[in-house]
Design a binder for this molecule. Structure first.
Ligand code: NAP
Length: 381
């Protein structure tokens, strides 16, 4: 890959990052067209049913696309979906060379590189595994890749703890951490499809789970796991767009069936999407793999989980956390108890750590959950 192409790929990643996640469940792709080392067109995926990034960039370049190099974050699609194949558009425009940031793992959409090569186009990339550029491309596509490869959304778990390890705010305070750390959470919320909690957090805190206090173009859906349907109907999350995941009522209990049916009707009347999945293995809560699969099916590729200790622990034990973010309410310079800065059991790499106002943020990535290494779910799940 040439130097100008590497720079163009980094630019395509940056362009695509800005569109995320308004195109979910489609991948937010970036495309830069180069001719003679100069950018002649750029594009990002438009929200469904809009155009793919390649088609937007080709339209921007016009005649300058003939003989150009297309630098695309994700292998161009070769199938007829909502839009015609991007490979066809690239060939029709006379593009001579295509640089790919990441292969498409989607069984239906893959095959673009082979189709282009067969048509005489020079295809280059993706960047070598382990390089910063490859990592940046994979990170930008992590939601899409996780949804395709693992059949569930990418999950970031955020936990806020006080210096002495409590998840509850000190008496008289509403939050564990200060305004700077909370703004970081709101920025994060603005980049995901859903903000996930358990019913315990809804009942204890009545959170809004929306984006406030930061510039944003997107509001994520509030997502509540609630097997026992305990979410109060007057809770702030009971609003249009919220997703509530619950379980089937027990078949032999007609009274329970009727009571739950009425509650589900009232939630649905309030605009809440109610998804029904099997109960957890021990009969408690919802089955987490099934709940996440149902959310992916509903079009969510990325979740920020902000639950209490019950659901946090369950997600970690089930190996369903891809990124763990700890907000630790200690003044920088204080020594945080090692229990708070040590990752939980398993293979984690430290992604980032630093101050956020009076608090510290420590961020880990699950090593064996890198999008390209996530194992596919067993058949039938
Ligand atoms: N510091 C922080 O970062 C933070 C964040 C949020 C909350 N909190 C605090 O945490 C406390 C609430 O704790 P919590 O543990 O009750 O809240 P939670 O983890 O958000 O909710 C727990 C509930 O989620 C439901 N759930 C559904 N499926 C589940 C599954 N597979 N595994 C586990 N839970 C499942 C269960 O109710 P069903 O059986 O009815 O489904 C369970 O009782 C509050 O005091 C709140 O202030 C702290």
């Amino acid at each position: 890959m040439r130097t100008a192409e590497r720079a163009a790929l980094a630019r395509a990643v940056a362009l695509a990052t800005r569109t995320h996640p308004r195109v979910s469940p489609n991948p937010a792709v970036g495309c830069v067209l180069l001719r003679g080392g100069r950018i002649v067109g750029e594009g990002v995926t438009e929200p469904p049913p809009g155009r793919h990034a390649e088609v937007v960039a080709l339209a921007a370049a016009g005649d300058a696309a003939r003989g150009a190099t297309a630098v695309v974050t994700l292998e161009p699609c070769a199938h007829h979906g909502r839009t015609p194949p991007c490979t066809t558009a690239l060939l029709a425009a006379g593009v001579a060379r295509v640089v790919i940031g990441h292969p498409d793992p989607h069984a239906v959409a893959a095959g673009g590189a082979a189709a282009l090569t067969a048509a005489g186009v020079e295809v280059v990339g993706p960047p070598a595994p382990g390089t910063a550029l490859r990592g940046a491309v994979a990170a930008q596509l992590e939601g899409f890749l996780t949804a395709v490869v693992a059949g569930r959304p990418h999950v970031t778990l955020k936990v806020a703890v006080t210096a002495d390890g409590s998840v509850s705010p000190p008496p008289g305070q509403r939050w564990v951490t200060g305004p700077v750390a909370r703004r970081a959470v709101h920025r994060w919320r603005s980049e995901v499809d859903g903000v996930l909690v358990g019913s315990g957090t809804v009942m204890a805190d009545d959170p809004r789970l929306d984006v406030r206090d930061v510039d944003h173009e997107h509001q994520p859906a509030a997502v509540v796991l609630d097997a026992r349907l305990q979410t109060p109907l007057q809770a702030r999350v009971v609003r249009p767009g919220t997703v509530l995941v619950t379980v089937e009522p027990r078949r032999h209990d007609a009274a329970e069936q009727e009571q739950r049916g009425q509650r589900v009707d009232r939630l649905r009347d309030a605009g809440v999407h109610v998804l029904v999945v099997p109960a957890g293995d021990d009969g408690r809560g919802v089955a987490l793999p099934a709940a996440l699969a149902a959310l992916a099916e509903a079009g969510m590729v990325s979740l920020l989980a902000e639950p209490g200790p019950t659901l946090s622990g369950a997600l970690l034990r089930a190996g369903l956390v891809d990124r763990l973010v700890r907000h630790v309410a200690v003044h920088l310079g204080d020594t945080a108890p090692s229990a708070l800065t040590t990752p939980p059991p398993g293979a984690w790499s430290l992604e980032r750590s630093g101050g956020a106002g009076a608090d510290a943020i420590v961020q880990y990535r699950a090593l064996d959950h890198h999008p390209s290494t996530i194992p596919a779910p067993p058949p039938g799940t």
